[in-house]
Design a protein around this ligand. Structure first.
Ligand code: GRF
Length: 201
């Protein structure tokens, strides 16, 4: 049974999807939900599900990224995770932190990487006139949003879409893709998964 720690910064809808998927013959179980924001809504949701939580407020470290990570790492290491899942985690991690979990740290990004690494992914896809968007689960390496792709899900961009409507459509697919990729990854699979939602029209 693989021990899964999940890092969040906000509401934790992806964390919830992952936690809800880890039942029955799933090879993983959640052991910790940690956040850089003590007020992250996902922490209360994790507690309600009986999962241990930890919060380290990065503001307290005033830009001392290494100090923040050392504190966060103490909580993570105490949970003895086999795999780390970043799920709506909005802090950039140092190469030192990443190196510690190289090959066993995943992230979900709301674009079809390698397109649109970084922020405002939906607005950028709309402004570029793209006809499809989506999300990517990848292994985390020192290169931001750059590691080996483990899975993608695609959605259509509709003429009336704005960033909000597109984000909602992509988020639905994130909640399908991440659990499917984690299950495969925890079982030792590395074959890339591609989910394409049926076009809405
Ligand atoms: C969402 O924008 C999602 O696309 C990205 O992180 C944000 C918050 O996700 N992965 P969550 O609801 O906190 O999981």
């Amino acid at each position: 049974m693989k021990r899964i720690a999940i890092l969040i910064s906000g509401g934790g809808s992806n964390m919830l999807a992952l936690v809800r998927s880890m039942t029955g013959d799933h090879p993983g179980r959640p052991v910790l939900v940690a956040s850089n924001d003590p007020a992250a809504g996902g922490l209360a949701r994790a507690t309600a599900l009986g999962i241990a939580t930890a919060a380290v407020d990065h503001h307290v470290f005033h830009g001392d990224r290494a100090g923040f990570e050392a504190e966060l790492l103490a909580h993570i290491e105490a949970a003895r995770p086999d795999i780390l899942c970043l799920a709506g985690f909005m802090r950039i991690l140092t190469p030192q932190f990443v190196a510690r979990f190289e090959g066993r740290m995943l992230n979900i990004h709301p674009s079809l990487l390698p397109k649109y690494p970084g922020l405002r992914t939906h607005q950028r896809a709309i402004e570029a006139g793209d006809h499809e968007a989506g999300c990517t689960v990848h292994e985390v390496t020192a290169e931001l949003d750059g590691g080996p792709i483990l899975g993608q899900a695609r959605v259509p961009i509709l003429p009336a879409d704005d960033a909000g409507t597109l984000a909602a459509r992509v988020l639905e697919q994130e909640h399908r893709l991440y659990p499917a990729v984690l299950r495969r990854f925890a079982a030792g699979g590395r074959i890339r998964l591609d989910l394409t939602s049926k076009p809405a029209f």
